[in-house]
Ligand binder design. Structure first.
Ligand SMILES: [Zn+2]
Length: 607
């Protein structure tokens, strides 16, 4: 064994020096240009007591170069044994990197076409969040979910964790008898008595889209090929909230071609889920904070659905090209919402997005290289560097192209782009070449107007960014003016306002509000008791700097239950600015309720 370790460590050192520059994805150790995994048979058990996943990952491999080594990514995994066709294979875990984890180097025999890894995840595996019953809606059963994007799949599954490596999979998952398991795959709809579930994913996906959740959940049909999973307590509310999902799917297909994943189901998770949604194919994971009761926050569903094309079908090659996933998805999301709710509605979303973008630019700095669409994340954790730039600057670039070229022509281009590049990766340079040769080079005057390279490789927001006007927000601005002049709030005609008008209202109230102002607003609109998480968040951002007492308890309750990073970061920042010791106290109490991606963002800020 000693000798093998020596040989393998030597191999690894050599690999580091000679091939590092050749690896296009700096966030994966794997070397898919030599040996690539093509299919996974996963056989695991989910152990709630010890908070770990253990079992066998058997990969079918394609050895392209006759290489004698398969390299997988791992993070904190214990490897018990590696075999091929039942025979033991030598392996070695390389040097640890705090962001990337450890490479698992497996010695191959010439004839090897499959490799099995017997492993166990660590108790604090970064992708996994183990929830106790108190953290669920039902309060009776534990819950588990994974969040693999960007580079966390390797913490619960040895894999080639790079967006460019796609594989199909089948899985067998053993869970406690009273719980249901679901994955980014063909899913069961009901619990069975032995707690053993099987899954099949026939479309090849990258590891960041591997997903598993286990809990007391049930299924409800929404449409012909759409449905929702949620805890029994939330299933009615979820089915009501997401009733338009099938319609969204029909609209999306009508615009950009057939849906490639058979079904589009949604899983509503407990509130500690760190994101609004995660586009796990066939089963989008979402936060329950979009259950507003009036379907006003369902653009998140349109967003995750749009990822079925941009991201899941045509995938960013590396995390430096993240805008190709997100900018396209925001554009597509708003097009779906425009068809569903009208142009005035979609314009509100775009304007709120523009406000988010301005705030992000203020905090990063307008000329910083992190404001380029093409990023350089070498040596950095992608989960901490991916910002609104990819989403909103990406959106505004696509909107500019649409406006300049014309919607009809741009839609035709996008449909072709998705179909020609389906189930493949795209990097920024490849996209620039593609759009130039398929669209812009034919129209040099329009190309000059767009100045694509300034957007992609340059900082900030270029001056040709499309301006969006909203008649709906104009009415809100008038209400703000009358508040500012001291008029009574009763005269504000806000009965038909959606979450978006309220957000605009709260964000644009005068900068300096007094406790008296806040009390007046709270009495009129009951913000502190709102059931809408977006509004609560915007409201707390106004009350924290002023020290408005009646909102303090609702704020603490919110921070103790909701783990969505988008809300937590600005709230804790504001709290810390006002009263560092209070921010620290609340965070120390709440931290255990958050997923690792939220914890890592906040540890840096507060601890
Ligand atoms: Zn997205």
């Amino acid at each position: 064994m000693d000798k093998i370790i020596f040989t393998f460590s030597m191999l690894f050192l050599v690999a580091c020096h000679s091939e590092k520059d050749l690896r296009s994805d700096l966030h994966s150790f794997s070397e898919p240009h030599h040996v690539i995994t093509t299919h996974l048979d996963l056989n695991i058990e989910v152990d709630f007591e010890n908070e770990c996943i253990s079992g066998e990952a058997r990969y079918e491999i394609e050895n392209k170069t006759g290489h004698r080594q398969l390299t997988l990514d791992t993070h904190g995994l214990q490897i018990h044994k590696v075999t091929s066709n039942g025979e033991t294979r030598n392996y070695f875990l390389g040097q640890k990197d705090s962001i990337l984890g450890q490479p698992l180097l497996i010695e191959l025999q010439k004839e090897d076409e499959e490799v099995s890894i017997f492993y166990q995840s660590a108790a604090n595996a970064k992708a996994l969040q183990w929830l106790n019953p108190e953290q669920t809606a039902g309060k009776k059963h534990p819950f588990l979910f994974t969040q693999s994007q960007a580079i966390l799949a390797r913490s619960w599954l040895p894999c080639q964790d790079s967006p460019g490596v796609r594989f199909t999979y089948e899985a067998q998952v053993k869970v406690p008898n009273d719980l249901l398991a679901v994955m980014s795959a063909e899913n069961p709809r009901e619990k069975n008595i032995d707690g053993l579930y099987t899954f099949k994913m026939q479309q090849a996906i990258p590891a960041y889209l591997m997903a598993l959740s286990v809990g007391d959940i049930e299924f409800r049909e929404l449409g012909a090929n759409t449905g929702v999973y949620a805890e029994p307590k939330l299933i009615e509310q979820s089915a009501f909230e997401f009733a338009e999902t099938q319609e969204m799917l029909v609209i999306a297909q009508d615009m950009y071609g057939d849906y490639a994943w058979d079904r589009f189901d949604i899983l509503v998770l407990p509130p500690s889920f760190p994101y609004g949604g995660m586009e796990n194919p066939r089963l989008t994971f979402v936060t329950p904070t979009i259950l507003a009761g009036d379907r006003s926050l369902t653009s998140v569903i349109a967003h995750e659905l749009a990822h079925s094309w941009s991201g899941n079908l045509v995938t960013n090659k590396t995390w430096d090209d993240f805008w190709l996933n997100e900018g396209f998805t925001v554009y597509f999301e708003r097009r779906i919402m425009e068809r569903l709710e009208g142009i005035a509605y979609a314009d509100m979303l775009s304007l709120l997005g523009r406000q988010d973008l301005e705030r992000t630019l203020e905090s990063i700095g307008h000329s910083h290289s992190d404001t380029h669409l093409k990023l350089d994340l070498a040596g950095r954790n992608p989960d901490e560097c991916l910002t609104d730039i990819a989403y909103e600057k990406g959106f505004f670039l696509l909107r500019l192209i649409e406006q300049t070229i014309g919607r009809k022509q741009f839609d035709f281009f996008l449909k072709e782009y998705f179909s020609e590049n389906a189930f493949q990766v795209m990097d920024t340079e490849g996209f620039v070449d593609y759009i130039n040769s398929n669209l812009l080079n034919h129209q040099p005057k329009l190309k000059e107007k767009i100045r694509l390279e300034d957007w992609v490789y340059g900082p900030g927001i270029p001056e040709n960014c499309p301006a969006i006007k909203s008649s709906k927000f104009k009415a809100v601005d008038q209400a703000i003016q009358s508040f500012d002049r001291g008029y009574s709030l009763e005269h504000i005609d806000c009965n038909h306002w959606s979450s978006h008008e309220w957000l605009h209202f709260l964000r644009h109230l005068p900068k300096k509000l007094t406790k008296k102002d806040l009390k007046k607003l709270d009495l009129a609109f009951n913000f502190s008791k709102s059931g809408n998480a977006e509004l609560l968040n915007a409201w707390f951002l106004r009350t924290i700097p002023v020290g408005y007492k009646p909102a303090e308890k609702p704020l603490e309750d919110f921070l103790m239950t909701v783990g969505r990073r988008k809300f937590l970061k600005p709230l804790y920042e504001a709290l810390y600015l006002k009263d560092p010791s209070r921010a620290k106290r609340i965070y120390e109490n709440a931290r255990a309720n958050y997923h690792s991606v939220s914890q890592e963002a906040l540890d840096e800020l507060i601890l």
